[in-house]
Design a protein around this ligand. Structure first.
Ligand code: 3H9
Length: 695
């Protein structure tokens, strides 16, 4: 199959790329472009050229799968230079998403036409890269330095209307008229000839722009390499000529491409796409229609879920035991809508329309027709079973009955109904309308249809749904236990809460575990631990957290927890009283306190995660190690540029991870540090978790 073809119409050569699914610039495409533009250049019957793509989109970028391997020529910057050098006017005709190298190809063309629904962007920063095919040099020349910087640093695409306003495109047309418009446009430019961006000068720029930009993005991009490199490249476009700027861009692009950060971010990209491939669920699995969703429990979580469903177009029925609860839930939802309006995310009409799709009730009979019920009541098995018994009695046949439990046994809940095949766990993360992760927990009897429908629901809610198996805490919270356990042990052994938090924050975690505990509420975990009968019989286990809760220190909500929060502030301040409490606890347990280095803090917390992740794979609770990575990067603030805990282990090397875990076992005891068999096995074979995934 040829990925690039050429045909002629009215003296115009139409070069078409057809490389499904997203017309990525693979080696074959680059070669095809080189050949086709050569052919068009030497054909005397051709006066102008249109570059267009078949399928659902214009080129969505370089072929990211090639980035782990040596790149085979022709190189993209050379192909683009060849297109730009054409003596015949070249028009890019864009639909779908013109992204990364795709937009850079369009910038090499002399003119650009796009359909109204098109989006254009340079999202390389999301992959730890920078536009590496002269985008950092051409875009500032075309649309100005500040706009170009914003597009590259945010990675966010602009729509066609804005692109026209920026001068990024020359014309907008209807979706079904792209080729005709582009041909007509190309013909109209034959007399003018080519207009090459490389020959334009870079517009003047405020001298402080680059330093101001650095300051503005510092917190958001902490620890990341590519944003600074983007700034340097764009800065160079204002200082040196086009060719020298391109040379510099190429050097830093290759540096970024071979970085561990880009490797981690590319892993995260593909891992998020792999989650939709669920064993036993195929394209032929029926997806049930969902239009009305009932949310049970109008607390913060229930209201957040309801709001998320409303903004995704569903009719929502909010149910609670009493009118006060309902009133509170409805107010929370209204406030969320109003916040959306204030931030310009939602129009006033959408607010009214969205709230118009919300009904509230205290009567189970009112949700009899719901297609899906999401239960978000207290995290207590007895209460949940009672709720599901009632749901089973009233809900229509074929309704999906979902529980938003974060830890409890899905099969036990399903067992309270006569339709366990319709029961599933939908574990939302707080705040439910913001967090992208949805853990979809399949019970022993959950049907394929219900899983497929839950995956489709996740997409509609703009979330990443990851299907996992049923066990205490599923994937995310089960692993959190090992991470939290090490945090708690480190506190007793000599590390201060702020020292642990700083070490993990500096390593890349969104927040340290002690600040997270205070944010989530220390009492939440406490209640769960009280209900569990299978916890280790070790007096050190979550000792500090238990003592704090028993003193009424629940975290931010009580103004004190692991830290102090003065006068309603959300900023944690170390509290000497907590340190005294910890020191006393260490003394009572006979633990000799010592200096602990950041490296030990990181290794114990992160290797604790990896070890539990390996057991989760052994138990078949996650289908792939990359699914675990998606859960941790999207639900628990794990640094995306490290790919996720399992990918991070691969980059360290499993033999080294295994060795370190053995060392911890010898130092701290086998109860918590016995290395998982799977880890030993893979390390012995010289393999890593990604090999396990392939197997
Ligand atoms: C770049 O261009 C560098 C240059 O500056 C310099 C070079 C020298 N490559 O997301 P979907 C696959 S860096 C390979 O589910 P959607 C994807 O894995 C690149 N494969 O669809 C999936 O495969 P599968 C800059 C790619 O409709 C399938 O396509 N560009 C690529 O929800 C469908 O993807 C970007 O960062 C790729 N570039 O969204 C754009 N892109 O079916 C990255 C996708 O086997 N792509 N695939 O799982 C996207 O943002 C979205 O895929 C897109 C479509 C919006 C295009």
């Amino acid at each position: 199959m040829t990925q690039v073809s050429i045909e002629r119409r009215d003296g115009v050569a139409i070069v078409t790329i057809d490389n499904p699914p997203v017309n990525a610039l693979s080696q074959a495409v680059r070669e095809g472009l080189e050949r086709s533009f050569e052919e068009a250049a030497t054909d005397d019957t051709v006066n102008a050229i249109v570059l267009i793509c078949a399928g659902r989109t214009f080129i969505a970028g370089a072929d990211i799968r090639e980035f782990g391997r040596p790149i085979v020529p022709p190189h993209l910057p050379d192909v683009i230079a060849q297109i730009e050098a054409s003596e015949k006017p070249v028009v890019a005709a864009m639909h779908g998403t013109a992204l990364g190298g795709g937009l850079e190809v369009a910038l090499g063309c002399h003119y650009r036409v796009a359909v109204l629904s098109a989006a254009l962007g340079l999202p390389e920063v999301n992959l730890g890269l920078l536009p590496g095919a002269s985008g950092t040099q051409r875009l500032p020349r075309l649309i100005g330095v500040e706009r170009a910087l914003n597009m590259m640093l945010s990675g966010k695409p602009v729509n066609a209307a804005l692109a026209l306003e920026y001068g990024l495109i020359d014309k907008i047309c209807d979706d079904n008229k792209l080729l005709d418009t582009a041909i007509e446009f190309a013909v109209s430019k034959v007399a003018d000839g080519p207009r090459r961006i490389r020959d334009m000068s870079v517009p003047d720029v405020d001298g402080n722009l680059f330093d101001e930009t650095r300051k503005a993005i510092a917190r958001k991009t902490r620890g990341l390499i590519s944003p600074e490199k983007i700034i340097q490249c764009v800065e160079s476009s204002t200082q040196v000529g086009f060719d020298e700027g391109c040379k510099f861009e190429r050097e830093v692009f290759l540096e970024c491409k071979s970085s561990a950060q880009s490797d981690g971010l590319r892993h995260a990209f593909f891992a998020e796409r792999a989650v939709s491939k669920v064993p036993g669920i195929g394209k032929d699995t029926t997806v049930r229609d969902l239009s009305s969703i009932a949310v049970l429990g109008a607390g913060t979580m229930g209201a957040g879920i309801a709001y998320n469903c409303l903004t995704s177009g569903f009719n929502v029925h909010l149910l609670d035991n009493d009118d006060t609860g309902l009133e509170r839930g409805a107010t929370t939802i209204r406030k969320l809508f109003e916040g959306g309006v204030a931030r310009g995310k939602i129009s006033a009409e959408k607010l009214a329309e969205g709230l118009g799709r919300l009904n509230t009730s205290t009567n189970y009979d009112d949700i009899a027709d719901a297609d899906l019920v999401i239960e978000a009541v207290f995290e207590n098995l007895a209460i949940k079973k009672e709720v599901f018994e009632k749901l089973d009695a009233v809900c229509k046949d074929g309704a999906i009955l979902a529980t938003n439990t974060s830890t409890l046994d899905i099969d036990a809940i399903a067992g309270a109904t006569r339709r366990p095949h319709d029961v599933i766990g939908l574990h939302f993360f707080s705040p439910a309308h913001i967090m992208r992760l949805l853990e979809i927990v399949r019970g022993a009897e959950t049907s394929g249809e219900v899983i497929a429908t839950s995956l489709a629901l996740a997409k509609r809610l703009q979330k990443i749904g990851v299907v996992v198996g049923n066990c205490f805490g599923f994937v995310g919270n089960r692993m959190l236990y090992s991470y939290g356990r090490e945090n708690q042990f480190l506190l007793l052994e000599g590390a201060a809460p702020e020292q642990i938090d700083q070490a993990l924050y500096d390593w890349g975690m969104a927040m340290g575990p002690n600040a997270v505990g205070d944010l989530a509420g220390l009492d939440v975990g406490y209640k769960v631990r009280q209900e569990r009968t299978d916890l280790p019989d070790d007096p050190r286990f979550y000792r500090v957290a238990d003592l704090l809760v028993e003193q009424g220190r629940f975290g931010q909500k009580t103004g004190k927890g692991m830290y102090l929060y003065a006068d309603g502030s959300r900023n944690p301040t170390p509290d000497p009283e907590v340190q005294t409490l910890i020191n006393e606890a260490s003394g009572k347990l006979g633990i000799e306190r010592r200096e602990i280095e950041p490296r030990e803090i990181i290794e114990r917390c992160i290797y604790g995660l990896i070890s539990e992740g390996a057991r989760i794979l052994e138990d078949g609770i996650a289908a792939r190690s990359s699914d675990i990575d998606v859960i941790w990067t999207n639900g628990y603030g794990f640094p995306r540029h490290r790919g996720g805990p399992m990918h991070y282990a691969d980059t360290v090397g499993l033999a080294a991870v295994y060795e370190k875990i053995c060392e911890f076992r010898d130092r701290f005891g086998a109860e918590f540090w016995e290395p998982p068999e799977l880890l030993k096995d893979l390390a012995d074979k010289g393999q890593n978790f990604s090999d396990f995934d392939k197997g």
